[in-house]
Structure formats: C-alpha cells, structure tokens
Design a protein around this ligand. Sequence first.
Ligand code: ARG
Length: 566
Amino acid sequence: MKIKLQLSKIIENALKNANIEADDVVISDATKPEFGDYQFNGVMKLAKQLKQNPRQIAQTVVEHIDTTGIIAKVEIAGPGFINIWLGDAWLSSEATAILDDERVGVGYVDQAQKVVVDYSGPNMAKQMHVGHLRSSIIGDTLATLLEFLGDEVIRQNHIGDWGTQFGMLIAYLEEQGTDGVTQNLKDLEQFYKDAKVRFDESVEFADKARDYVVKIQQGDKHCLRLWQSFIDASLGHCEEVYDKLGVNLTRDDVRAESFYNSKLPSVIKTLKEKNISTISDGAECVFLEGDETPIIVQKGDGGFLYATTDLAALEFRVQELKADRICYVVDARQAQHFKQVFAIAKMAGMVAENVTLEHIGFGTMMDKSGKPFKTRDGGVVKLIDLLDEAVVRARETIKERKTHSDEALEKVARAIGIGAVKYADLSISRESNYLFSWDKMLSFDGNTSLYMQYAYARIQSIFRKHDGVITGSIVVGDEIEHRLVLMLLKFEDTLIKASIEATPHTITSYLYDLVSLFMKFYEQNPILKEGIEEEVKMSRLQLATLTAKVIKKALDILGIEVVNKI
Ligand code: ARG
C-alpha cells in the first residue's frame, strides 16, 4: 500500500483546485498520535513563495481536500501544518483485501532496474572474519529486498584472489602437498603464518615464492593449478559460512579480482588517452582535485592495484552487465577509495549519466570495551566459530522453556541463534560502529530477532488454541486497532524507503514498532476470551493473521527464519 503516494496525490489535487502552484508534495508520518496519522508540512514554504499567511493557505487547502476515500479528517495545527487522519472504514477494507495476498499488499516498483549488488568480497589468502560478516548480511538483505520489489538483481562476489602473497602461499601449499589441500587450509590464518615463517627463514623458499608470483602472472600451468586449488579450498570455507548464515551466494556469483586481469591494460590506456592519469615517480597516477595524495593505478614495475581492478569491474558492470544501479556493500573505511573510483570512472566516461553508483558503507564491529572485535587471545574471530557459538547460546536460552524435543530444539536454536546475529547486525544504522553483545542480541525483549520470532510463535499459539477456521473481515474497532492496521498497511512504504536508502534498519525499526503495537493490542483486546462477540473475535483473529504474515515476510527479507513454537 503506497499510502504516502496516495495522500500526496490528494493534496496535489487540493492545491490544484485551490489554484495554488506547488512543486513536490511530501507527506510525513505524524510524530505523535494526537497529530493524526500523517502530516503535510509544505504550507510554510508555499506561504513564503506566495507571500501569504500560512494559516490562510492551510485553510484554503483543507477546504479543497477530498475526504471521501482514504482520509477521514484533516486539521490545521501550529503555524500551518495539516494533520491527516485515515478512515477506519478504509483501513478495514484495505487490510481485509490483502489477507490472502502472499505479497501482503506490497506491489512492484514502477520502473524495475538492473542492480548489481557487490557484497561479501572475502580475501582468499585469509580466513573470512567478522569484518566480512556485515557485508554478507547487509548485502544479502539488500539483494533479497530489491528482488522482492521487482528489480533484477545481479549478485557479485568480488573476492580477493590475486596479488603477490599468492606466490608465497602456493609455494607453501606445494611443499605441504596438494593432496590434502582442504585439510591443510583448514585454518587459513595459521597456514598464512606458517608460510610467512618459511618465507622469512629460507632464502630458497623466498626465491621460489617470488618466482611463482611471476609464473602465475605469466599463466604457467603448474602454478595456476596450485593457485586454483588454493582458491577452491578457500572459497569452500566461505561457502560453509554462507550456508550456516543462509546467505544466497553461489559460485556463479563469484567474479573474482583475477577475472579483470586481462582488462586492466585497457583501463590504463583509456586513462592515459583521456589525460586523466600521468606518470609521477615512475608510477601511473591520477590526481583528483581536493585529494592530497594521488591514486596510483599502475606501479612502476607494471603491477596494478585495487583501484585499477575496481575501475575495470565498474566498466564491466556498466557495459556488459548493463547495470542501472551498482551498490557496493563494503566497510565504511573504504569510502575514500570508492569516491575516487567513482570520480575517475565518470571522468573517463565509463558510466552513463543515468547509472547510479553507491557505496553502501558500514561501521566496524566492536567488542564491549569499544575495540575492534577480536578473540580472547587477540586473534581474529573466525566466523564459523562465532555462528556455532550463537546456536549454542540460543539453545541455552530456550532450553529451560521445555517446549521442544531435542531434535526440534536443534532446529529452533539454529533459527534463533543465526537470526540473532543477523538481526543485531541489520538493526543498527549501518554507518555506525556495531557493538557486539551476546546478551543483548539474544534477549526476548527489545529490538531483537527473538522478540519478533517470539511474537510470531505466540500468534501461532493463539491459532492453535482457537483450533477452528478463521473467516470474515477485519473491522477496525478502536484506537489501538486503527494504529495496528495502519502499521500493517505501511509495510510497502517501509520497504520502498529501505530499498532506496539501502537501509535494512528501516525494516527492523518497522518490525519493532509493529510487534510492540501488536503486543499492546493483544493486551488490551483479548482475542479468545469468553463472551466476545463472534464477529469481533474473527476480526481480531484476522488481525493476528495479517500481523503474522507481515512479520514473516519482513523476517524473510532479512533472511531470518520464523518458528511456530518457542
Ligand atoms: N576484498 C575486499 C576487502 O576485503 C572487498 C571487496 C569489495 N568490493 C569491491 N568491488 N572493491 O576489503
């Protein structure tokens, strides 16, 4: 239900009928219940333009507002705000109409776009760590959301699989024996450390490592085979994590840095031809206005850099993948990098005007003491361990409730544990640093996934208790039901906002408001109590049905499972 759009059309019409010229009409949510459901705050601006009294203009607009359909009442407040109340009859019939809709009233975007979502992007030489968790979770939600709204999404996993460190790694892999490659690479971090020790202690090994760097670059078959088996094993680790997390990335979505190798010389050629880059200190550099240091696109020894690869990738995404919008879900600390890459790409004419490039930055994961998240001994936390711990803790949290058999408990613990990690990550505004706390994320209260999953399970238990068919319409009977139905109908506007701003926390905040409201409704308006009129009971049951559907859909988009019992 695009409520805001409908309201702005009504206000536009009112303005037109009152002969008032205005540009965009923006409708806001009312900040307090006494200000109605929505507000139009544009009168003051109009008053300034027309040099007239705002209250006078508001009065004229109000007289022209059509209150026969969606709007029940309008009121002028303060210096010229127009407060808007929606009608109970309209709310009731709209809510009833979407009861059987599997999209719960959410339509498709008017203009579907082709969107590249670049996320996860782990580095193959290292164990995937918590830093990549945020990208995987946020990126996956964004991709699912855009797809749900009708965009064509192309997922791109820009893995780091190229660079001088691979010479050392494959030389060491060869030494260790490639037979048990997966076993040897079980702990990548350790493997890297051991290889480095060998590199430092043996001149012979170091020479070989350097030789292998050159050899992979020249396409030497033996070295490439070693490299490929290394990448396969490393990617295998990542896939284990994706699997546990329920992140929808497959091998088909991998377009690694090495994929762009053959395209790098032509990037440099373009930059040179267009006089965007120049030689400085032997390296090919771009000097951007306002930047203190240049961006190196090719080193003196001919090597290319992270930025060069990203330029090639950008060109590929625009020209081959035909993207209209490209979202880079990458650590906020790379903001400068993306600003520069986007600027150079535009200067070089690699992107058409209508293509939007967005760095979807996110903050760092911190521990309780405010330091970047590490294990107790100071090492990097392995994602897989973190996720396993989440499930163990979730099991502890719900075990004493004794609702489940051991087998069922396992499944529920997984939904709750993994859900907690994901939700905690998605629910803070993404640019902020993120304080990791087990207790907070596994709490039954507050803005947590468990709170939402618990509400969903409670609604299911109401249905089990009712044990009969649920039919009939939703009929808004009081203030709390008015607010609950309005909230349910706001789902589409919420998803649209989240998709434009690429902010999953818009959805979690919505869920929190919705579920809090439902709990209040349930407290005030008991559903199954003796003596309630049948029609009222059915309407309330239907309200519970729709609430459960919206909760499930929202969690679905966030990649979080619901369970029927907790
Ligand atoms: N591998 C990079 C890192 O771990 C992330 C890649 C992000 N994507 C991109 N197109 N640069 O920092």
